[in-house]
Design a protein around this ligand. Structure first.
Ligand SMILES: NC(=O)c1ccc[n+]([C@@H]2O[C@H](COP(=O)([O-])OP(=O)(O)OC[C@H]3O[C@@H](n4cnc5c(N)ncnc54)[C@H](O)[C@@H]3O)[C@@H](O)[C@H]2O)c1
Length: 378
């Protein structure tokens, strides 16, 4: 009789909105036999421990990662707090699923990437939208040459300002929590992934606007044009300052991909599923300790990128992404997760957009992490 495979001991650092979702799915995955949790917020961590029957909880992520039971790690801490737990995961030599971005400083992101390479660990980064049927079919059509060689791409991401207000609530250091670094990175990754690794940007020209979100320490919008090394042009745009009453509760996207033999036009604004109700729809993104009092009676449903909850369970892209990552680490399955290298490259491009907007000048690419940060911090 074949020997039974040893079940995985999973550590989840960060038990907020995303860590909770990944933990709920871990509870149901048959290849996971032990779950340990860490969060600096004891209430949030203990609640998740009780809800999924986790084996261990601590407020100190070091204690958790160093436990002998731990074979794999999810880093789901706040956007600016991924570096230390990830470096510890590298030292332990375990596979990781890290939320984007790797860091909010390009030099630290490079340091993390080097540590991952040196340790030879399998590190994936949470670009959840890759796990949607619509984007997988687009990628396969582009890869099989159905629209020929790419000539121009255009991306427009619109976000309700409720999302960034929830995002920045836990820190006052918001210098690098810009629309491109935090959220535009998802649609930027989508376009880069569809284009494939052989097409690379050689320059970026961008402009930003901060009329509404400037008072919260971030910006409203960044619009830019990348010149690509195959001669194509790519217009990448995000505004995350839409009014709270905008029916899209979180993310709405349009992408156009033009080739010399065809075109793919993606409408992903969620206007095809609308509710109008006498009851307030409230926010879709509800992190601990953040409330919204705006009344919203019309909503484009399914705009929250991770998915939606039915009967206590999450359905949608983050479920597919997380389950497939468990399959990857337990069964050795090949999956389309973003690599740490891709995540680092994405951060470099999003920050280069911010640098170009700051200088009001075109920035040549690639640029080193040192030059990028010197420019952004000057
Ligand atoms: N893939 C997606 O679609 C998606 C969607 C939203 C957010 N995210 C990403 O997921 C990550 C988490 O976001 P969230 O919405 O769950 O935020 P959240 O605020 O709900 O949760 C973050 C948790 O991390 C904890 N934390 C922060 N620093 C810590 C530390 N040093 N040690 C232990 N715990 C710490 C906080 O107490 C909090 O409970 C972020 O990186 C965010 O960018 C991804």
């Amino acid at each position: 009789m074949a020997q039974r495979k040893k079940q995985i001991g999973l550590a989840i650092v960060g038990c907020g909105v995303i860590g909770r979702m990944r933990g709920m799915i871990a509870k149901d995955y048959p290849g996971i036999g032990w779950i340990g949790l860490a969060d600096m917020n004891e209430k949030v961590g203990n609640k998740l421990k009780a809800d999924i029957g986790a084996d261990y909880f601590t407020t100190d992520y070091r204690e958790l990662i160093n436990r002998p039971e731990v074979d794999a790690l999810i880093v789901a801490t706040s956007t600016w707090a991924h570096v230390e737990p990830t470096l510890l995961g590298c030292a332990k030599g375990i596979p990781m699923l890290i939320e984007k971005p790797l860091a909010t400083d390009a030099r630290q992101s490079f340091e993390v990437l080097e540590a991952i390479k040196k340790a030879g660990v399998d590190a994936c980064v949470g670009y959840t939208q890759r796990f949607r049927r619509r984007f997988l079919v687009v990628k396969s059509r582009v890869d099989s040459g159905q629209i020929g060689n790419l000539t121009c791409l255009v991306t427009r991401a619109f976000m309700n300002r409720m999302a960034p207000l929830g995002e920045v609530r836990l820190t006052q250091d918001r210098r690098h929590l810009t629309p491109m670094v935090v959220s535009g990175t998802h649609s930027l990754d989508m376009c880069r992934w569809i284009m494939g690794p052989t097409i690379n940007p050689v320059s970026i020209y961008a402009r930003s606007q901060d009329k509404v979100m400037g008072q919260h320490g971030t910006k409203d919008a960044t619009f830019g044009i990348f010149q690509l090394d195959n001669g194509a042009i790519w217009s990448m745009n995000i505004c995350w300052a839409l009014p709270k009453v905008w029916p899209g509760a979180v993310y709405g996207l349009e992408i156009g991909i033009v080739g010399d033999k065809g075109v793919i036009d993606i409408e992903d604004t969620h206007r095809d599923l609308v509710i109008a109700s006498e009851q307030n729809q409230g926010p879709a993104y509800r992190p601990e300790g953040h409330t919204e009092d705006t009344v919203r009676q019309v909503e484009f449903l399914t705009s929250f990128p991770p998915g939606d909850v039915y009967d206590g369970e999450l359905w949608g892209p983050l479920r597919e992404e997380t389950w497939n990552w468990y399959q990857r680490i337990y069964m050795g399955k090949k999956t389309p997760h973003a690599t740490a290298q891709e995540a680092h490259d994405n951060l470099m491009l999003t920050m280069a957009m911010d640098l170009s907007a700051k200088r009001g000048k075109e920035v040549a690419l690639p640029i080193s992490p040192e030059e990028l940060m010197a420019g952004l911090n000057e």
